[in-house]
Write a protein that binds this ligand. Structure first.
Ligand SMILES: C[S@@+](CC[C@H](N)C(=O)[O-])C[C@H]1O[C@@H](n2cnc3c(N)ncnc32)[C@H](O)[C@@H]1O
Length: 156
């Protein structure tokens, strides 16, 4: 094994990648109720900005980034003049990022994703659920564990 591979394996052993869709339910509810309408405008009002950018720092396998993109999409559907949304996701763990980029998850996500959202935002493929293109396009996961600022700047 090359030293760089050994270092990667060691790093992988140290990182804790536990995550779920809509993990920390209270935080997501607060975000939905109080933060998104303030950020994205509400009702017929013209939004205060053209674009909202969200950073999911330490996104692990992507569930947090996709959960945020789903919430924003639902909010956009309520708006007359929806604001553009981009969720930037970064993590030091390249294997986790690669899983996130694939956007494909096991049936166990049924525990965390309610049936309506599952139907609207995922496509079932054999025993897996794939995040729909509409949501993946709003979620920017880098191809490597790059520097977050560079990832953000490259995407502007
Ligand atoms: C417990 S998971 C949390 C995932 C997600 N944010 C959530 O709350 O569901 C923590 C993640 O942070 C990442 N992480 C830890 N230290 C980091 C660092 N210095 N830079 C980038 N990512 C880091 C880990 O690789 C891991 O995937």
């Amino acid at each position: 094994m090359k030293p760089s591979e050994e270092a990667n394996d060691l790093l992988g052993d140290m990182l804790i990648g536990v995550t779920n869709f809509f993990r920390d339910r209270e935080a997501f509810e607060a975000l939905e109720r109080h933060v998104l309408s303030a950020l994205m405008g509400s009702g017929l009002e013209k939004p205060k900005r053209d674009e909202v950018r969200i950073w999911s720092a330490g996104c692990s396998t992507g569930e947090e980034a996709y959960s945020l993109a789903i919430l924003c999409t639902e909010h956009q559907k309520l708006e007359t003049n929806p604001v553009k949304v981009q969720v930037f996701a970064t993590d030091i763990d390249e294997r986790a990022i690669a899983t996130g980029r694939a956007g494909q998850y096991p049936e166990a996500i049924l525990t965390d994703v309610p049936p309506t959202r599952l139907r609207q935002y995922f496509v079932k493929d054999a025993q897996q659920y794939k995040v729909r293109k509409e949501i993946r396009e709003k979620s920017s996961l880098p191809s490597t564990a790059c520097c977050p600022i560079r990832h953000f700047l490259r995407s502007t």
